[in-house]
Design a protein around this ligand. Structure first.
Ligand code: SF4
Length: 535
């Protein structure tokens, strides 16, 4: 017997500027999920999601999952959820808000079992409601499974049509209450789950193996039924997924920082095109497709936590190398190198190291800013950056500054930052950005808005410099950025910077993007005909 119970819903070039339920509440019950959550300070791009899974008999898997999600909080702050199995029953508990808001000891205590999965969500498809919080659960007869997804699919409309859904039911809109692409994956797996019943209990991994060739785009998934923990990554491996060993168990997580926090040691990545299953017999692997690695380059630039490891490279050290590359590519006479905290810190350190210009702090960041239910005044909202960053005039006055940040998406924040520094007495402000101009939208799990919202979409670097009000502006070149990762042979997606999409893009966007010069490489994926097991 399997049941799901849910928590109640609550709720390149340099440009110079001229001069200068748990408990069985019905889905959607409760209302605070409807409350406006105000993003006090918009990060330039919306993070995606984080997934975690653990198989550890005899240990408190719910608590391990809680701390795993806590380490992955930067990847999604809208909802958090945990599913646990005690061998007979799968119990799902999820809620809106941060991990610490969704769970406390009282809510974790009943989540007993030997395997669990968890999810932190930033909605990139489907609305930000409790209903779309994950893990999602599907029952199939007297069995069932839970699923947590990081990434976005690019063929949701076709998949929905195959399932008999009306056009538009699955949309990338954050305002319409819609089905998420993760729901679709759940339905597809449920459809296969009972189709060919197996005597060995390995229905979930084999249903998954039959479904994954139909999915286009980005998916790093963790799934579970009563007895199995399953992890899978799309053939391009857009989103990271790490495998770790725990004393007496196994852990999978979006990033290695979540392995560290629970005391697991990193073994390897779940490979692109691989399904990993963990159960009482140990770990086994199915290769369902030949890997075409295209890890999101932005994971290195901004998304991943600096203490995480990608392609066996420490992310913090890679970001410092990005700053060094920038200093060689776009040198400038200046008195101080300063970061836009926190994300610009390692690249600013690297720029300082390579240029010999002293490193210093020009801003103090409010470490606790995030989101609030209290509406600030219109004036405060218009001046939103000041809620997060306050300049240090004593460090800035009369100085020629190199200001290092990791990205510019819409440009509004950068414009305010430059204005604040000039107000505080800066003599010159030279912006150096540790990612190339972000000109194209992402369809693989990042929320950047539409192309029309991207500052670099139709502006030259010189025009952007003028708009932002800096004395000079330079973005790192793509080749230098890839070299800075330390894993140039790893294989990266660079679509948002180059317009070269590794896969087909959603039909609704294809024509407009093609007219603007984007290309869908549609790199062929070679699916392996019959899943072969290995351990
Ligand atoms: Fe990452 Fe950009 Fe590719 Fe999206 S389009 S996966 S943000 S590199």
């Amino acid at each position: 017997m399997t049941r799901a119970s849910h928590a109640a819903a609550r709720g390149r070039g340099t440009a110079a500027r001229g001069a200068g339920a748990r408990g069985a509440a019905a889905q959607g019950a409760g209302s605070s999920g409807d409350r406006a959550i105000l993003h006090l300070v918009d990060r330039h791009i919306g993070e995606e999601c984080g997934v975690f899974g653990v198989y550890a008999p005899g240990q408190s898997v719910a608590t391990l999952t809680y701390f795993g999600l806590y380490a992955l909080q930067h990847r999604g702050q809208e909802s958090a959820g945990i599913a646990v199995s005690d061998g007979e029953t799968v119990t799902v508990s999820k809620d809106m808000g941060l991990v610490t808001q969704a769970f406390d000891e009282r809510r974790l205590a009943p989540l007993e079992g030997h395997l669990a999965i968890g999810h932190v969500r930033y909605s990139t498809t489907g609305s930000s409601t409790w209903r779309n919080a994950q893990p999602i659960y599907r029952s199939v007869g007297d069995a069932g499974f839970a699923l947590a997804h990081n990434g976005n699919l690019t063929n949701t409309e076709a998949l929905a049509a195959d399932l008999g859904k009306f056009p538009g039911v699955v949309t990338p809109s954050p305002v319409h209450d819609s089905t998420s692409d993760s729901d679709l994956v759940g339905e597809l797996i449920a459809g296969e789950y009972g189709a060919q019943p197996r005597s060995d209990g390995r229905d979930l991994e084999h249903a998954l193996a039959r479904v994954v060739p139909s999915l286009d785009g980005a998916f790093s998934l963790v799934l579970m039924d009563e007895a199995h923990l399953v992890a899978v990554r799309d053939p391009h491996g857009f989103r990271p997924l790490a495998l770790g060993r725990l004393e007496g168990g196994w852990v999978v997580a979006s990033e290695t920082c979540a392995l560290d926090i629970v005391g697991a040691h990193y073994l390897r990545e779940v490979e692109p095109g691989e399904i990993v299953t963990i159960d009482a017999t140990g770990l086994r692997s199915i290769r369902y497709a030949e890997p075409r690695p295209r890890l999101c380059l932005f994971e290195f630039v901004y998304l991943a936590r600096p203490d995480s490891v990608l392609y066996n490279q420490n992310v913090h050290a890679a970001r410092q190398r990005m700053g060094e590359e920038l200093a060689h590519q776009a040198p400038v006479d200046a008195d101080m190198v300063m970061p836009v905290p926190e994300s610009g810190v390692p690249a600013a350190q690297g720029f300082s190291r390579a240029s010999g210009i002293p490193y210093g702090d020009g801003f103090v960041k409010n470490r606790y800013v995030g989101r609030t239910f209290i509406q600030p005044s219109q004036q405060m909202r218009a001046d939103g950056v000041r809620l997060k960053l306050n300049p240090l005039p004593e460090n800035i006055e009369g100085k020629r500054l190199v200001v290092v940040d990791d990205s510019i998406i819409r440009g509004t924040t950068s414009k305010k930052i430059v204005a604040m520094l000039r107000e505080a007495g800066a003599a010159e402000v030279h912006l150096r950005i540790s990612s190339p101009p972000y000109r194209w939208p992402c369809f693989y799990g990042l929320d950047t808005g539409r192309r029309s919202e991207l500052l670099a979409a139709d502006m030259s670097v010189g025009e952007m410099c003028e708009y932002i009000g800096a004395d000079s502006l330079a973005y790192i070149e793509v080749d230098r950025l890839v070299r800075a990762t330390g894993a140039p042979a790893g294989g990266f997606c660079t679509a948002c910077m180059t317009g070269e999409y590794p896969t087909s893009v959603p039909d609704a966007e294809a024509e407009g993007l093609a007219e603007a010069g984007a290309v869908s490489l549609e790199e062929p994926v070679h699916f392996l005909p019959a899943p072969a097991d290995s351990t």
